[in-house]
Ligand binder design. Structure first.
Ligand code: GLN
Length: 475
């Protein structure tokens, strides 16, 4: 069969409408590609071939009956394995959920199903989305398609690698502190984190509920906009969801803010060069570039690594091997605590256990005020930094990551270095803002570099429009 991969959503949809190929042929092609490539890349935890082919067949029937189709109908996609697809495995890349099958659809999945999406399978992540390299999956690390010795980023590394290597046309990821944007940057694709509340979290396995957002990962900004508009919206199953949208009036001149704090120590020189070129490109194309300050940036990582583990420690309490998760079948337990201890010690990996301990510590009486409460106060200051900046500028730009995709194992023994690499992404989650990573160049060794664009809350349209100015222009 001819190889029908390497499509964007729009191209594939045109092909379906023009009857160049059927949805079944398209889906088979992507399944073939997965069989060929995924033994080297390891992007997928599970493949849902039967589901995908039956969904594709449904679309072919609709095409035969000349029914009108939504833009995502018949388009094969990948879903991060912490988002529930009814009847399919959903592991969060953890041993404790190794054999768990979702008993309901996440709201985003329901919406995609209504739009006729085709689900190829579930993608790898750092266990419970805790990490930035995909090395912390309990099953296997995913490789970066641009260099198989390097990480694809994380935690949505499987989704990013699948899209970058044509093993899916688009994917969903989740972003608590950068997990969509950073792997998108490492794999040379577009990844977008929506404003907190615009996409329902119902059916997303919770990591840190006040920070988590599901978002699109794709090859083009147009594609990501289509996905975002499909999955967004108020949902009665998620009390933090909303329908809010800013109606934008077209401005004469785009004002771009460049924060001084995003170009400090620790930023890779090649990345700095690429980002500066991107900013020059905007200026040449009529934007006004304005230097700004986000003075509390230096506290963002510490603040995030108190709040996220605190929330995680509460969210992950449900996995005890009895209510949820694998029962390790301890013989002769002396108490319920013995059971919990055994199940949770065997079921969770080291990073997850560490974060649960950190979280329970900072929430415990005597430490709460010094750590958790303080972190909440700092969170407010970080949000106010952005509010002030957005009085003067329309969008903010900078690097997505301070470093290029690193070698597998390179940072494994240095958790602090791994946490510090989240410097540019976590503050958006703390402030609830939308952000997107757009490829803006490559290192001398050919590794992708991503530009992060940040907009005020509910200004996703502005984010997409700003991204489109530079998309595919400097590669
Ligand atoms: N790297 C960050 C962490 O380890 C972000 C993860 C995420 O966004 N899910 O928590």
């Amino acid at each position: 069969m001819t190889n029908l991969t390497n499509f964007t959503i729009k191209q594939a949809q045109n092909g379906l409408q023009n009857k160049d190929f059927s949805a079944t042929e398209l889906t088979r092609s992507y399944l073939e590609n997965i069989k060929k490539k995924d033994k080297d890349i390891n992007a997928y935890i599970s493949i849902s071939e039967d589901l995908a082919l039956s969904q594709a067949e449904e679309i072919d029937k609709k095409i035969a009956q000349k029914e009108s189709l939504s833009p995502l109908a018949g388009i094969p996609c990948a879903i991060k394995d912490n988002i529930m697809v009814k009847g399919e495995r959903c592991t969060s890349a953890s041993k404790i959920l190794e054999n768990y099958r979702a008993i309901y659809d996440a709201t985003v999945i329901e919406k995609l199903k209504t739009s006729g999406a085709v689900f190829l399978g579930k993608t790898n992540l750092d266990e419970f989305a805790m990490g930035g390299s995909c090395e912390r999956s309990a099953f296997f690390p995913t490789k970066n398609p641009h260099d198989l010795e390097r990480v694809p980023g994380g935690s949505s590394g499987g989704s990013a690698a699948a899209v970058a290597s044509d093993m899916a046309i688009y994917a969903l990821g989740s972003d608590t502190g950068g997990s969509i944007r950073q792997p998108a940057s490492f794999c040379g694709i577009i990844g977008m984190k929506p404003t907190y509340g615009t996409v329902s979290r119902y059916g997303l396995m919770a990591y840190a509920s006040s920070l988590d957002q599901i978002g699109p990962m794709g090859k083009t900004i147009d594609d990501c906009e289509i996905i975002f508009n499909t999955i967004r919206g108020l949902d009665k199953m998620d009390s933090t969801s909303t329908d809010f949208e800013v109606k934008e009036v077209k401005k004469e001149k785009l004002r771009i803010g460049v924060p001084k704090e995003y170009f400090g120590e620790g930023l890779d020189k090649e990345i700095e060069e690429s980002i500066k070129k991107a900013i020059e490109f905007y200026e040449k194309n009529g934007a006004e570039v304005i230097d700004i300050n986000l003075p509390h940036t230096e506290y963002a990582v510490s603040c995030y690594y108190i709040i996220a583990p605190a929330e995680a420690s509460a969210n992950l309490a449900r996995f005890d091997g009895l209510k949820y998760g694998t029962d390790s079948k301890l013989e002769n337990p002396q108490s319920i605590n013995d059971l919990y201890l055994e199940n949770r010690t065997k079921g969770f990996g080291a990073e997850v256990r560490k974060r649960i301990m950190l979280g329970t510590y900072t929430l415990s009486s005597g430490y709460y005020d010094a750590y958790y409460k303080k972190a909440l106060q700092v969170r407010t200051l970080i949000r106010q930094d952005f509010e002030k900046a957005f009085e003067k500028v329309d969008v903010i730009v900078g690097p997505t990551s301070p470093c290029l995709p690193f070698k597998i194992g390179e940072k494994a023994d240095d958790p602090l270095a791994m946490y510090l690499a989240d410097i540019y992404t976590v503050s958006l989650n703390l402030a609830g803002l939308p952000g997107m990573s757009v490829p803006c160049g490559k290192s001398k060794s050919g590794l992708p570099i991503g530009l992060q664009i940040i907009a005020p809350s509910f200004c996703e349209k502005r984010l997409f429009d700003t991204g489109r100015i530079i998309e595919q222009k400097i590669i």
